[in-house]
Design a binder for this molecule. Structure first.
Ligand code: PEP
Ligand code: MN
Length: 332
């Protein structure tokens, strides 16, 4: 951090800023330019509120030199983190991309079991299925709750696929610990800080989806909460963001996916289904994500999308998943 003083700042003002900064246990380096003074701040600045410094007399601006996230960055850990789910599925590093597939929501025992069988046969390595659904409308189907989690677990066990499901509130953490292999935090909860703190304290991998209006920095800081609390088993997920373009549900931000691979050691997968909002372009977005280096994909698949209770419009059928997996073969 560099504190730039106004060119009218007096020596007393500079001394006062130095005193305040040192009062936080930090060191300073006062640099005299031709027209103004700048004060370099050295040390752990987490306890120093920028707002307290910017208001001191004579201060012009504060320039950040380092990023606010630490543990998720490559500067902190240079090697790729590999996240292991259920002692078998590995995300990140040199491991091949992981395909997670399944319905948007668990609708019944039969439905989830049939889909589990179908996607397993086609090469998926994990089963997804929502039981607690974050729906925009309170009148839309909200999911089967704990019963849905149990159905998902059973289907996963029956076909031999680890399962992932979205947790919306820490209130149900025990039930999730009991029934799922990976905890999903959805786009709408990416900045639910109590939830992030709660999952940081458990020994279970987390799939953290990017908020639809979150910047890369906010996304990485959300992951930082989980690592800071003690859980480094985090897989990031780019699921599309909101932009001026309204012709698809969201815009899959592969810029950010490629960038995050450079600046963070955490694995990152893509969700072409929620990015697209329509099934016909899901395969193209999935292939593009793999080509860009995604460590996996999470794809919505339904045995009968026309009757799906949620997101049927963007769900692949077994037939279209099969065609996709064929095309994706060289990338997996
Ligand atoms: C989901 O995966 O079903 C979901 C609701 O995703 P998102 O949080 O990305 O909207
Ligand atoms: Mn969905």
């Amino acid at each position: 951090m560099i504190i730039v003083m106004q060119n009218t700042a007096t020596r007393e003002m500079v001394d006062e800023v130095v005193k305040v900064v040192k009062g936080h246990g930090l060191n300073t380096e006062v640099m005299h330019g031709t027209t103004r003074v700048a004060i370099g701040v050295l040390g752990d600045k987490t306890q120093l509120e920028e707002g307290n410094v910017i208001r001191l007399p004579g201060v012009k601006e504060i320039l950040a030199v380092s990023k606010p996230y630490k543990k998720v960055s490559r500067e902190y850990k240079i090697d790729d983190t590999v996240v292991t789910v259920a002692n078998s599925v590995k995300f990140g590093g040199k491991n091949p991309p992981v395909i997670i597939a399944g319905p948007c929501t668990v609708e019944s025992r039969e439905q989830v079991l049939e889909i589990a069988r179908g996607v397993k046969k086609l090469g998926a390595k994990m089963l997804r299925g929502g039981a607690f659904k974050p729906r925009t409308s309170p009148y839309a189907f909200q999911g089967h709750g704990v019963e849905g989690l149990k159905m998902l677990k059973k289907a996963g066990q029956e076909v031999g696929l680890p399962v992932v499901s979205e947790i919306m509130s820490a209130e149900y953490l025990d039930e999730f610990m009991e029934n799922v292999d990976m905890l999903q935090i959805g786009a709408r909860n990416m900045q639910n800080f109590d939830l992030l703190k709660a999952v940081s304290k458990v020994k279970k991998p987390v799939l953290l989806k990017r908020g639809m209006s979150a910047t890369v920095e906010e996304f990485l800081l959300a992951a930082e909460y989980i690592l800071a609390g003690g859980n480094d088993q985090v897989v990031l997920c780019e699921r599309g963001i909101r932009t001026f373009e309204q012709s698809t549900r969201n815009i899959l931000d592969l810029n950010s996916l490629a960038l995050i691979k450079e600046i963070s050691h955490l694995p990152i997968i893509a969700d072409p289904s929620h990015a697209a909002g329509r099934y016909d372009i899901v395969p193209a977005l999935g292939l593009a994500s793999l080509a860009a280096g995604a460590h996996g994909l999470i794809i919505e698949v339904h045995n009968n999308p026309c009757e799906a209770l949620c997101d049927g419009k963007q769900s692949l059928t077994f037939y279209t998943l099969e065609a996709f997996m064929e095309k994706a073969k060289p990338l997996i």
